[in-house]
Design a protein. Structure first.
Length: 355
């Protein structure tokens, strides 16, 4: 454990219990329930307006709640001001003071807490070392790249040894390469410190890459929460299936717990689904080239570095996309056959199909 956090205890348990928040008659949080275990990294994922940032802001104390409660280690903090909740926050905007150096920016929260100058400097340097910026202590914001500025903002949030770390779209203003590097750094630091972390993002790749659990939000509540693997492989609703990852939407018919798609019976994520016509969500990696199967013609093929994504138009006009090794490069117009791997699928009721 670093010097900057040698006095910090284990991460706090955070509980949202039936939290309601309204803005001008619009219910941004609708009986929101969520528990973060001590030291856990949870990502809130969802489209704009789903309530994810509102959930983070009510936890931070930046917004009041209209109903429900928020608990830290069992104590209700719903009515405490933000200054007494002991949480560190990193926003999308770096919000560094331009007239202060990186070290002075990191020290700022400690200065507000009346920490002695010597201890402030020591802890600020340790926090900057934690984000690998100890050599940039005396630089000003305009002398730092966007990624470095966000690292300073992270160090500033951590130096006060908060019980909870809150991250609100902290990477969205960065370019793709820096974004990947910094998200890995955030995860490393969070794991090393054992700090309970709530991460708000609209980027599913970020959420799936770093979180212990991901909560997909819709209309102010959680549609599904689980490990990244469970969320991706076993979405419980069409909304989650459609929002997380890529999908083929294929017409099919449910019969006795299986979806019949182009002559193949695919197991259902929810075997209790009623029989009838449906739209079936099939991941591109669950469609593969085969010696025999559903016939079609290659209409597109995209090289994506570590994989290739190919579109095939079937004889009924449906296009299926398959994700496969770059070693296979089918020519446009080539006649091919596709087969399904048999992975469980999520379906959406479509009464007009299969009648």
């Amino acid at each position: 454990m670093t010097q900057a956090h040698s006095g910090a205890g284990p991460g706090a348990v955070v509980e949202f219990r039936g939290v309601v928040k309204e803005f001008a008659g619009h219910r941004a949080l609708a009986g929101f329930d969520l528990t973060l275990r001590a030291g856990e990294f949870v990502a809130l994922l969802g489209p704009s307006g789903s309530g994810k940032t509102t959930a983070l802001r009510v936890l931070a104390g930046l917004e009041s709640t209209d109903a429900g409660s928020i608990l830290l280690n069992g104590a209700d903090v719903s009515r405490l001001p933000a200054s007494r909740r002991d949480m560190g926050m990193v926003f999308q905007a770096y919000s560094l003071f331009p007239h202060l150096s990186a070290g002075e920016n990191v020290e700022f929260g400690l200065r507000m807490r009346k920490v002695s100058p010597e201890e402030r400097r020591s802890r600020a340097r340790a926090a900057l070392a934690l984000v690998e910026l100890d050599a940039h202590h005396d630089r000003y914001a305009h002398q730092l790249s966007g990624g470095q500025q966000q690292r300073v903002a992270l160090a500033r949030a951590l130096v006060t040894q908060p019980r909870v770390l809150l991250l609100d779209e902290p990477l969205s203003a960065l370019d793709a390469r820096v974004r990947v590097q910094l998200r890995e750094e955030i995860r490393r630091i969070q794991t090393d410190l054992g700090i309970t972390t709530l991460f708000v993002t609209h980027d599913q790749d970020e959420a799936l890459a770093v979180a212990d659990r991901v909560a997909v939000m819709r209309a102010g509540s959680i549609e599904q929460i689980g490990t990244p693997e469970d969320l991706y492989a076993r979405p419980v609703s069409p909304f989650v299936a459609d929002f997380v990852g890529l999908n083929n939407r294929v017409a099919g018919v449910v019969r006795h717990g299986f979806a019949q798609v182009h002559g193949t019976a695919l197991p259902l994520v929810d075997p209790s689904q009623a029989d009838g016509g449906v739209q079936v969500f099939v991941r591109p990696e669950d469609v593969e080239f085969a010696a025999a199967g559903v016939a079609g013609v290659v209409t597109s093929s995209s090289f994506l570095g570590s994989l290739r994504r190919t579109g095939v138009r079937l004889e009924d006009g449906t296009t299926l996309v398959t994700q496969h090794s770059v070693r296979l490069n089918p020519a446009l117009g080539a006649r091919v056959h596709l087969a399904f791997t048999g992975a469980p699928v999520t379906v959406e009721t479509s009464p007009r199909l299969g009648e």
